[in-house]
Design a protein around this ligand. Structure first.
Ligand code: PLP
Length: 390
């Protein structure tokens, strides 16, 4: 019997992939399934981005690149950061990563070990907790509450910091709640962090462009007081509908960038070259298809909110960002995961139960707006009918 290290008894998963597999299996058996489970845009990568990758291959970019990424790609990321935040970042502090998740992995393994604590949002992206557990660090959930508009609270976050805290993970706009934390709250958090210089911050800003109703995303990069301990996670997956390209970027302070570069050298060497050329085209090319996608997500989140609120027992806050809604189902009497599974098996609607995003996710389900308005409407009719029937 082979014995692997204990860390593999603790590593978790992302249930969205299991739901996708089950939904696909049911569809292959001929069932009519509407998928509101998956967190990837239902749009195609814009054509000029695809062409840039094809051209890169034709031009002979078949080999390894620098571990931290092609300089032109890192420079493009700096232009993007400047456009989005007004901040100047050096390409020396940029790391091109194989997606958004590897930045999480790198930051969490850099700070987590037995005896340390890492703060993460709950409900939040499930890989945060999974990776924290993997390292042996203690996962400390920071509650993200519906009554607070699914923003994190600066006071509550600061109150959870101890001398053992090494890393604080933030995510706004947020998965799975669609919450956007207001600037005033971030100001307060950053001011409070001055008393805790031993705590690094990883800000997951992968949904930065996806805010609605005039809501503005505040990047943690705009706070010079924490610049020497700040890691920014971002990437191409969501903004340019590029989830399968495995292309992300992160910003690292001088003291940490060499660690992550060495991790790359030891693990994935570099991101494939054509994807990096595609990444440059995405940043520098026309943004009209991004704008169309955002307008579609905006319409869909309003549709989801309106239709879900019309179902007795369901209360759905209007998402302010990302492309998810996180309705409260407590008054239906259902447990969230049971409901998600019954909806898939009986009603043919794939969505995710809130507990897959943390303990505080009980009583909620996550609906992804990555499907057409027609399908969203049909799915919500099915949900309403199912709840009336049962
Ligand atoms: N961070 C958050 C909050 C996400 O929701 C996701 C994907 O769903 C990621 C990171 C990972 O992105 P990628 O697919 O680029 O690894």
């Amino acid at each position: 019997m082979l014995k692997t290290v204990a860390a593999f008894d603790r590593i978790g998963e992302e249930n969205a992939f299991a739901v996708l597999a089950r939904a696909t299996a049911l569809a292959q058996k001929g069932r009519d399934i509407i998928n509101l489970g998956i967190g990837q845009p239902d749009f195609k990568t814009p054509g000029h981005i695809v062409e840039a990758a094809v051209k890169a291959l034709r031009d002979g970019h078949h080999g390894y690149t620098a571990a931290n990424g092609i300089l032109a790609c890192r420079e493009a990321v700096c232009r993007r950061i400047s456009t989005m935040t007004g901040e100047d970042v050096s390409p020396d502090n940029i790391m091109i990563m194989p997606g958004g998740k590897p930045t999480m992995f790198a930051a969490i393994v850099m700070f987590g070990e037995p005896g340390t604590e890492i703060l993460y949002p709950d409900p939040g992206f499930p890989i945060y907790r999974s990776m924290i557990e993997f390292t042996g660090a203690k996962p400390v959930p920071v509650p993200v509450r519906e009554e607070n508009g699914f923003a994190f609270s600066a006071d509550e976050t600061l109150s959870l910091i101890t001398p053992q805290t090494r890393l604080l993970i933030l995510n706004s706009p947020a998965n799975p709640t669609g919450g956007v934390t207001p600037k005033a709250e971030i100001d307060k958090l950053v001011a409070g962090l001055a008393d805790h210089p031993h705590v690094a911050v990883m800000s997951d800003e992968i949904y930065d462009v996806m805010t609605y109703d005039g809501e503005k995303h505040t990047s943690l990069l705009t706070y010079p007081s924490i610049a020497d301990r700040l890691i920014i996670l971002n990437g191409w997956s969501k903004t340019w509908a590029m989830t399968g390209w495995r292309l992300g970027w992160s910003v690292w302070p001088d003291g940490l960038i060499d660690n992550v570069r060495k991790l790359a050298v030891n693990c994935w060497s570099c991101v494939n070259a054509p994807s990096q050329f595609a990444g440059i085209a995405a940043i520098d090319g026309p943004q009209d298809q991004v704008a169309e996608m955002l307008a579609a997500f905006d319409r869909r989140r309003l549709l989801v909110t309106e239709r879900m609120n019309a179902i007795p027992g369901i209360r759905c806050a209007t998402p302010k960002g990302a492309f998810y809604a996180f309705p409260n189902i407590k008054d239906t009497g259902w447990k969230a995961k049971k409901l998600a599974s019954a909806l898939l098996e009986d009603a043919g609607v794939a969505l995710i139960g809130g507990p897959d995003f943390g303990i505080l996710g009980e009583g909620y389900i996550r609906l992804s707006c990555a499907n057409s308005e027609e399908n969203i409407e049909a799915a919500i009719i099915r949900i309403g009918e199912f709840l009336t029937r049962r």
